[in-house]
Design a protein around this ligand. Structure first.
Ligand code: FES
Length: 160
């Protein structure tokens, strides 16, 4: 897997300036960087340490606490499989297994081509439609193994 991406430093500077280099805005700055790169690249972490005067350990804590922020490269498409109770009783495990097999990655991992990241989440708020997955901002319900795989195949076609 690639360790890093091409970083537009001017873009990073613009984000930091937007928050006036305020260390209290660390979370928002990390989120803005994540919105662009899908993660906070290691080089950007060093810049945040330097320009905001925050400790690296604080950056790691923020990334650990907030699920939308990662210090590891993540896929263009983030697949969240709901493993809440309602989805669980309707077969969320089977959906997760089907996606493991389809993408050849485990929960929490990203495909080598950086297209997909597979994660488990608790209730996404539409329990009546379970089992449910979300792909970025889109929600898909009433899934079984083959329907879940079909959803992902649509994204594969999109990305190719
Ligand atoms: S438990 Fe899956 S949406 Fe609520």
């Amino acid at each position: 897997m690639e360790d890093s991406v091409q970083i537009d430093w001017q873009e990073i500077d613009t984000i930091i300036e937007k928050y006036k280099s305020d260390h209290e805005a660390l979370l928002m700055i990390m989120q803005d960087i994540s919105d662009i790169y899908n993660y906070v690249p290691p080089e950007a972490v060093l810049v945040l340490v330097d320009k905001l005067g925050v400790k690296k350990s604080l950056i790691y804590s923020v990334a650990t606490f907030y699920k939308t922020i990662s210090l590891e490269p993540r896929g263009k498409y983030i697949i969240n499989v709901c493993t809440g109770t309602a989805c669980h009783v309707r077969g969320a495990d089977k959906v997760m297994d089907a996606l493991h097999e389809k993408l050849k990655i485990k929960e929490g991992q990203t495909t080598d081509d950086l297209r997909f990241t597979l994660e488990a989440v608790r209730c996404v708020g539409c329990c009546a439609s379970g089992p449910v997955i979300t792909v970025n901002q889109e929600t898909y319900g009433g899934l079984d193994r083959s329907k879940a795989v079909k959803v992902i195949e649509e994204y594969e076609r999109d990305a190719s």
